[in-house]
Design a protein around this ligand. Structure first.
Ligand code: GYE
Length: 324
């Protein structure tokens, strides 16, 4: 504290004497009282991801007593591993990891563990050798999300013949694995549902559009697009419209995330069913850290509550009350 005040006084004197402010932060120990968090984020591939990043930045703000070091891994696991090593090297107080894929974390998490840095996993899950590698996890039940999507499809189409196009998220991510398992399970139960195409669109709008455009160019016929996130669905919708097809009428679209833009499309009837995936993990992580700071023990696994939307259940009030 004393050193900090001394540095502040020196900086003030500098301003008074020379009429100029020091270019760099006064001193590193400006952050002495702050909790330093290194956050390894997957990337910026989707609206969901951006809402998630904003939520973390808002909750773990300087105003709230945090110094957040954010690293965007551009959807590459090796970049995340490097970021975590940098956080360990910098001696952060906590590491928050939103993992790209489930596998491949044992070595780097063992390094964090031996450095004594708690690791909080958010959003997707990891497959760890032993679960002492991380302090706790908070995120969604992706298999349940997949099950909800196919339950709607069953209710809407029953045993009708359906040709389904499946746009997958990043292969090996929990969000892809759970949502794909839900569909696979339903495909096995409904022999009259045919999977006509399946590929990854990497959770991006551009890739979703590209895949559906390619299908239409090959004249592949389909009734349903099962898109594992909203951004790929936006791309698919653009591709359908460009080909003169009406999303929601000629092709039924099922999507995941239920971000604001997607719910507008649910209202407009272009997306028929959207399964919510809640990205607002910032305050949840903040609460976990506060608990740990106070010597408490947060639950090992926490699933956030989520709902689903179709044209019958969406209202303007619901939309206006949403933070993403
Ligand atoms: O559905 C997608 C994002 O892991 C839940 O990642 C997240 C998924 C989300 O890119 O839009």
């Amino acid at each position: 504290m004393t050193r900090k005040y001394l540095a502040l006084v020196c900086a003030l004197l500098l301003v008074l004497l020379c009429g100029c402010a020091p270019a760099a932060p006064v001193a590193d120990d400006t952050y002495d009282d702050m909790i330093v968090v290194g956050f390894s984020q997957v990337g910026a591939e989707s609206d969901w991801r951006n809402a998630n990043t904003r939520s973390m930045q808002q909750a773990l703000s300087e105003q709230n007593g945090y110094r957040l070091i954010l690293d965007d891994a551009q959807q590459k696991q090796e970049k995340q591993i490097t970021a975590i090593r940098n956080f360990i090297h910098q001696g952060v107080d906590y590491i928050v990891l939103a993992p790209t894929t489930e596998k491949g974390w044992d070595t780097v998490l063992a390094e964090a563990k031996s450095a004594g840095i708690p690791v909080i996993i958010v959003d997707r899950m990891i497959e760890a050798e032993d679960d002492s590698m991380f302090t706790c996890w908070i995120g969604s039940d992706f298999r349940k999300e997949g099950d909800e999507a196919v339950a709607w499809l069953e209710k809407r189409f029953g045993d009708e013949a359906l040709r389904i196009v499946h746009l997958q998220g990043n292969i090996g991510s929990s969000a892809q694995i759970g949502r794909t398992e839900g569909l696979d399970h339903a495909l096995a139960e409904h022999p009259q549902w045919e999977l006509v195409y399946r590929d990854t669109g990497d959770f991006t709008q551009a890739k979703g559009q590209e895949l559906v455009e390619a299908l239409l160019a090959r004249n592949v016929q389909f009734d349903v697009i099962y898109s594992e996130n909203d951004n790929m669905a936006y791309g698919a919708i653009d591709a359908l419209k460009k080909a003169g097809l009406q999303p929601g009428k000629d092709v039924t679209i099922i999507s995941f995330d239920a971000s604001h833009r997607a719910l507008e499309l649910v209202m407009a009837g272009e997306i028929s069913f959207d399964v919510e995936c809640n990205p607002l993990h910032g305050p949840r992580v903040q609460a976990i850290i506060e608990k740990l700071e106070a010597g408490g023990k947060p639950p090992k696994l926490t699933y956030v509550e989520e709902s689903t939307f179709d044209a019958a259940t969406i209202t303007r009030e619901i939309m206006d009350g949403r933070g993403y």
